[in-house]
Design a protein around this ligand. Sequence first.
Ligand code: AMP
Length: 199
Amino acid sequence: MLLEQYGGCQISTGDILRKAIAEQTALGKEAGEYVKRGALVPDNLIVNLVAERLKEPDCEHGFILDGFPRTIPQAESLDRILNKSGQNLNRVLSVQVPKNVIIERLAGRRTCRSCGALAHVIFDPPKRNGICDRCGGELYQREDDREATVAHRLEVYETQTAPLIDYYRQRGVLTEIDGVGNIEEIRRRIGKSLGDAAK
Ligand code: AMP
């Protein structure tokens, strides 16, 4: 939705990793075990893949980073990469959702094996059971969306990722978004908070 509104490229590190794992590339082989366990993939692997992706032509006029950075060292590396290319972050969004709602969303989330589109069995059901509305691919439940792994991912978030909220608040680029509500409501809140910032 943000891409449609603002253009640029979207870099979702989780999507890139899942594709690499499915295709059994060198990156996929190295990252697979971490992703399966809900642990973070080592910083150097992630930083290199984002740095390479940012060099591609579709990112020249802006980018949306999703799922990155997830640690303070990743954020510091990103600062260095952007400094070199004379770019900067307009805005960092922290979408805030209570744990019980996160668990409910992840438990029912389904992901398309072919195009990565998302659905939810209750909140955003596909027209045909198990089939992606966008491309007709197979919808599956990510192994790391199962309950035990979700609990671990939440711990990882608290210890390794939550410190980024202060990191970006101190730099004056943080916007906190209430992430409780339906997709359209949250899209509107994000659009409103970005205003001209993303242009
Ligand atoms: P996501 O699709 O963003 O939930 O990411 C799924 C999984 O990919 C995470 O649980 C991590 O194992 C890995 N991953 C994605 N982004 C990162 C990142 N920035 N740093 C480390 N690991 C990541």
